[in-house]
Design a protein around this ligand. Structure first.
Ligand code: HEM
Length: 357
């Protein structure tokens, strides 16, 4: 049968989420109706695969190696920050510092190799590919030799940022969503009812249907409020400026503690610590007292996250597929311990019991 506009070629997030639920389903052996799975590594692999394919197309295996290296790098950076601050300490040849340098070198080496290979292919007349790397290189070629052209270093930095920003954050969102829906089965049921009423048993991969998932969207917003993957943002003043009645000179680093603003009872009400997706029933701007702007999971202003729609789409697809096929609850071994390794991780993983519906 030919493909109709209603039966689109599944996009990368849809294909990868499908593989995940198929794999979970295949784990049910014989008459087993439930089993335990740690969703934290599962979602890291899912979002790592999605971003590898989106960013690097067919070179996704090299991309996956970058993801392993970046995960190790994040742990080491946090370790380095846990020491008392001594200027220049990061330049000392300690074991941790040497390994961080090595990791940086390996990541850059892999990216340089991929860029060279792709540039050669483009020079030989092959298509640049519609992945991030191809688009960056093509736009670079189109802008000629002028000042708008990015250097190889710029392309490397963009790829590294895109990779880290796109993988870690979305896996954190999916993990806390399943944890909270396990703690609040009433919301899990409501979300499943909505998904089944919009998609039935069909694949939830059409954008029209996904944009009609109101309860699922409210749930994701509330998870991002309580467990924002990026807990804090920094800004440096570039000139003297007055903020909230205080004048700051140029060069001051200001911190916006997203997680604290998101939990402030003066803004969100006495129930600020509670999971209540209904607060987003009339959208984000009506969720706070006196409509105060206090919701920044994706940052704000000119540097706002460029991947926010991609992330919400990926999360909605994966969550919908999971809800269509499984019920889930927390495992007795689950320990609630959110902690920050650049993003907000579950320190001891997130084991849940999955039951086939
Ligand atoms: C739940 C998922 C995500 C969250 C919570 C999130 C959050 C953020 C935040 C807080 C920032 C910093 C904004 C600022 O400094 O003001 C940011 C920047 C960024 N994000 Fe995301 N992000 C997510 C997913 C993604 C995805 C999937 C991608 C790529 C596909 C992505 C790519 C980026 C990039 C490239 C930047 C840097 C933008 C710039 O500096 O101009 N993010 N994100």
């Amino acid at each position: 049968m030919g493909k109709t506009p209603k039966d689109p070629e599944p996009c990368i997030p849809s294909r990868k989420a499908q593989e995940l639920v198929d794999r979970w389903e295949n784990k049910f052996a014989g008459s087993d109706r439930s089993y335990e799975v740690d969703i934290w590594p599962e979602f890291q692999n899912l979002t790592g695969d999605v971003i590898s394919r989106t960013a690097f197309g067919s070179s996704f295996m090299e991309g996956r190696r970058i993801f392993q290296l970046q995960a190790e790098q994040a742990e080491r950076i946090i370790k380095a920050f846990q020491y008392i601050y001594i200027p220049g300490f990061l330049f000392l040849p300690t074991h941790n510092n040497r390994r961080m340098k090595e990791i940086n070198g390996e990541i850059e080496g892999i990216l340089k190799g991929m860029i060279k290979k792709r540039e050669r292919a483009i020079e030989n007349g092959e298509a640049s590919g519609n992945d991030l790397l191809g688009l960056l290189l093509q736009s670079n070629m189109d802008s000629g030799k002028g000042s708008l052209r990015m250097s190889t270093e710029d392309v490397i930095e963009e790829c590294k940022l895109f990779y880290f920003a796109g993988m870690e954050t979305t896996s954190v969102l999916l993990t806390w969503t399943l944890v909270l829906l396990s703690m609040h089965p009433d919301w899990q049921d409501r979300a499943r009812e909505e998904v089944l009423s919009v998609f039935g048993r069909d694949k939830p991969n059409n954008f029209d249907g996904l944009s009609r998932l109101k309860t699922v969207t409210m749930i994701l917003y509330e998870v991002l409020r309580l467990y924002p993957p990026a807990v804090t943002l920094n800004r440096r003043t570039f000139k003297d400026m007055k903020i909230g009645g205080v004048t700051y000179p140029a060069g001051v680093i200001l911190e916006l503690p997203i997680i604290l603003v998101h939990h402030n009872p003066e803004v969100w009400g006495k129930d600020a610590q509670e999971f209540k997706p209904e607060r987003f029933a009339e959208g984000i701007s009506k969720a706070t007292k006196d409509d105060q702007p206090a919701y920044f999971p994706f940052g704000w202003g000119p540097r706002i996250c460029i991947g926010q729609n991609f992330a919400l789409l990926e999360a909605k697809m994966a969550l919908s597929m999971i809800l269509q096929r499984f019920e889930f609850q927390l495992s007795p071994s689950y320990t609630h311990a959110p902690y920050t390794v650049i993003t907000l991780h579950p320190q001891h993983g997130a084991s849940i019991i999955v039951k086939k519906i």
